[in-house]
Each structure stands twice: as structure tokens, then as C-alpha cells.
Design a protein around this ligand. Structure first.
Ligand SMILES: [Fe+2]
Length: 440
């Protein structure tokens, strides 16, 4: 009798588990989240479940997800799933949905810009570890930013120290926390690309969850519209003669992009405080490459505040306000032009030869902003374009062609459709303002 009861209990339990499985008790553990695979026709969607399943990923131009659909089986040894959607139109918004039993998980993304795009917007933050609620407050503002301006739903650069440790527990409870919907919304809506920090340790968890198209170790680079972004691994040798520094030099030298960014964790110039001195390897090995190959930005974290230093025209940003316990920047640090202890993220807006930069608090307050151009002495308003289709820091024939085309197409009531003396006087005044030594 005893055995009969036990067998009945076991049978009932098996039936219950079967039924529960059938009604979708399966839990998603991470994601969905996104990786941009260095190809503006593609996006990789990733997620992790608590069991082996066959999922369906469908995508499309709206929430009918009618462009494509595929079955996705797990890979690896820990119920991970990923699929790279191909055939995307650059710069176009897509919606995707993962179906597993009756569970569905959805998101959207903006396919990366056209290769010859001259404008792009993207976001920057770092040091998201430890205080998940604070990280969530930054994520919430990031989501509202790209909801208000969909062009910011592009790529989010991460400056490292994603979690307190690289352990499974910390990846689950911190960066991929499921306790806050803004974190989930952000991860499902924008590919996050970043470097490792000292808290990533061996980076086994980092490489498991972020299988980026690495060049080697955890460094690589990619183009994104008019920007070239190189991600440096400071825990692999990058001193003179190292494989990484040789790669970086060649990478920057051969890039045809006008705007260049280096992402790394420990800043070369920052505002001290919190026990972190400036990283002299960045000063010795990275800064000369920036000056030689026209890198405008070195984006870093490590110090849990925002700081900006300018060294020979190179902007060294510390964007360490992503959620880690804040520290107080010291005053009077060399080359530092701005520092503030605050949670924050950065917005970068490139339009041709002009770049607008903003650092933003979770409440939306912009507390540091500046503009750069590709020319040291600024660009005349009459510099519309150049032979490569973007402003080239010279007011020349190409600009005259744009300007006259504007006149010829003039549809304004006040427009005379005539190119007259006054128009040329205005245009010539811009030429006369040119003070660059290379100005012709
Ligand atoms: Fe750090």
C-alpha cells in the first residue's frame, strides 16, 4: 500500500511538472539582448533559459514580425540561445519576438547605419556594478532617451566593471537583473558593446555572455556609420611591441572614418579620488596613437564619477557613473576641465564634421556639454561638403555647388531665383573668415 501511494505521488508529480511545462512555467534567465556583429545588414539576438527548448525567433518591420522566422536551439552547456538575423536594411527599425511554449519575449532594434552615413547618434556609460537600483535609474533614462529620439536606439558603449565579480551569480543578479523593467527594456532594445574592467577578472563570464567578434582576447573594433570604435583590453599587454598595440596602430591607421573613438576601462587622465591614479600606460602608448591618427575621444570609466580631460586636443572622458558606488573626484587635477560625482551616461551626436556631446544625469539634467568639429579652428558655416561627401574643413568648389543648387531649387516666396552680388558677398565673407594655415 505504501509503495502504491508513493508511486501515485511520483506519477502525480511527473504529471504536474508536465502540465506546468505545458503552460509555460519555463523562466527566462537573461535577455533578450543584442550584439551588433560588425555588419549593418545583421543583428544578433541572445537569451538564456532555464532548460533545453526549441524557440522560434520572428522579426519584421512591425509587431506582426512578418519578415522572417526561424527555429533556434540552445548552444553551449548552459541553455544559451542566439541567432544572427541577416538581410536587414541599414538604419531601419526592426521588431523581434521569441516564442517558447506559450512564453514570448520581444524587443526592437535599429539596424546599424549605412556604411556611407555621415550622421549617427550613440550612447556611452560604464561601471554599472554593485548597486543595481542605481544602474536601473541610469537605464531608465537611457530608455526614455531613445524612446524620445529613436536615433539614439543605436549602440551603447560600456566602459567595463559590468558587475562586482565575473561570477554567474553577479551576472544574473546585477547586469542581467530581472528585477527592473527598465534594465530589461534597455537590453532588449540596444546592442551593448564594451571593454572589460578589473572587476571582470578572468572574463570567462564576460566572454560567455558577450561573444563579440573579438580580434583576440577581448579587444576588437568596428565601424558604425561615420564612427570607428576600437575597444581595448587593458588586462592583455598593450605596451610597445605587443600584439594588441600593433593591432590598434594598424586599425587606427587604416580606418577611413573621420571620427575615431577608443573604449577602455582605466583612464589616462581623470580626476583621481577613490584611490585610482591616472593610467600611465594610456598616457605612454594610447595617447601618441590618438594624436597620430586623429582619435578624438578616449572613453573610460573605473572612477565612479564623470570627468573630462583634454590632452593635445584628445578628449579623455571618464564615464564611471553607471551605478557603482560613487566617489568624489579630486580638484586641481592636470588637464581636467570638468568633474562631477554623479550617476550619468553620455550622448554623442555626430552630424558630418560636427559632434555634440552631452553628459546626462538620471533625471535628464545635462550637466556637461560641448561641441567639436573635425577642424581644430572650427568650420565655417559655408563648409557644406567636400569631395568625400562630408564637410572637409575648407570652403571650396564643392560648397559653392551645394549653395548654388540651393538657389536654383529655391521655392521660398522671398527667393529671387537669382544669384546676385549680395549672395556672393555673403559667401565670400565666409572664405575671408578662414584663418587656418591650410586654408586656400
Ligand atoms: Fe574598475
Amino acid at each position: 500500500m505504501c509503495c502504491v501511494k508513493r508511486n501515485m505521488f511520483v506519477s502525480s508529480l511527473v504529471l504536474l511538472l508536465f502540465v506546468l511545462h505545458g503552460v509555460g512555467i519555463t523562466a527566462i534567465r537573461k535577455g533578450p539582448y543584442l550584439i551588433y556583429p560588425k555588419n549593418n545588414n545583421q543583428m544578433t539576438v541572445l537569451w538564456q533559459l532555464d532548460l533545453t527548448a526549441v524557440c522560434t525567433l520572428a522579426w519584421g518591420l512591425d509587431t506582426t514580425y512578418s519578415t522572417g522566422s526561424t527555429s533556434v536551439s540552445e548552444y553551449g552547456t548552459d541553455h544559451q540561445y542566439k541567432y544572427t538575423i541577416t538581410g536587414l536594411a541599414p538604419g531601419t527599425r526592426y521588431y523581434y519576438r521569441i516564442t517558447q511554449d506559450i512564453n514570448t519575449y520581444s524587443g526592437s532594434f535599429l539596424a546599424a547605419p549605412a556604411t556611407d552615413a555621415t550622421s549617427v547618434k550613440f550612447l556611452v556609460y560604464g561601471d554599472t556594478r554593485t548597486n543595481v537600483a542605481d544602474h536601473n535609474s541610469v537605464c531608465s533614462r537611457i530608455v526614455s532617451t531613445f524612446t524620445a529620439d529613436p536615433n539614439y536606439q543605436s549602440v551603447l558603449l560600456h566602459m567595463g566593471d559590468w558587475n562586482y565579480t565575473d561570477s554567474e551569480t553577479d551576472w544574473a543578479d546585477q547586469y542581467f537583473s530581472r528585477a527592473y523593467s527598465p534594465i530589461l527594456q534597455m537590453l532588449s532594445g540596444i546592442p551593448v558593446h564594451g571593454c572589460i574592467g578589473n572587476h571582470e577578472g578572468s572574463a570567462d563570464g564576460f566572454k560567455k555572455y558577450w561573444p563579440y567578434p573579438f580580434q583576440a582576447e577581448t579587444y576588437w573594433s568596428f565601424d558604425y556609420g561615420p564612427a570607428h570604435i576600437a575597444i581595448v583590453d587593458q588586462y592583455t599587454d598593450y605596451t610597445s611591441g605587443s600584439a594588441q598595440l600593433n593591432w590598434l596602430q594598424n586599425d587606427l591607421q587604416t580606418s577611413t572614418k573621420h571620427w575615431k573613438f577608443i573604449v577602455l576601462h582605466e583612464p589616462g587622465w581623470s580626476a583621481a579620488g577613490g584611490g585610482h591614479p591616472n593610467n600611465t600606460d594610456v598616457q605612454t602608448y594610447i595617447q601618441p596613437l590618438c594624436e597620430q591618427y586623429g582619435v578624438q575621444f578616449v572613453l573610460a570609466g573605473h572612477n565612479h564619477y564623470y570627468a573630462r580631460a583634454i590632452v593635445n586636443g584628445v578628449q579623455h572622458i571618464t564615464a564611471g557613473g553607471g551605478g557603482a558606488p560613487l566617489t568624489d573626484p579630486a580638484t586641481g587635477q592636470s588637464n581636467v576641465v570638468f568633474a562631477l560625482e554623479t550617476l550619468q551616461f553620455c550622448k554623442i551626436n555626430i552630424n558630418g564634421s560636427r559632434l555634440n556631446f552631452e553628459s546626462v544625469k538620471p533625471d535628464g539634467t545635462v550637466f556637461d556639454s560641448f561641441q567639436l568639429t573635425l577642424c581644430d579652428n572650427g568650420i565655417s558655416p559655408a563648409d557644406y561638403t567636400g569631395p568625400e561627401g562630408i564637410p572637409d574643413c575648407k570652403v571650396d568648389y564643392y560648397d559653392l555647388a551645394v549653395l548654388t543648387a540651393g538657389w536654383l531649387n529655391c521655392a521660398d516666396d522671398l527667393c529671387t531665383h537669382l544669384v546676385n552680388f549680395n549672395d556672393f558677398a555673403l559667401f565670400a565673407a565666409h572664405w575671408l573668415d578662414c584663418t587656418d594655415a591650410s586654408c586656400n
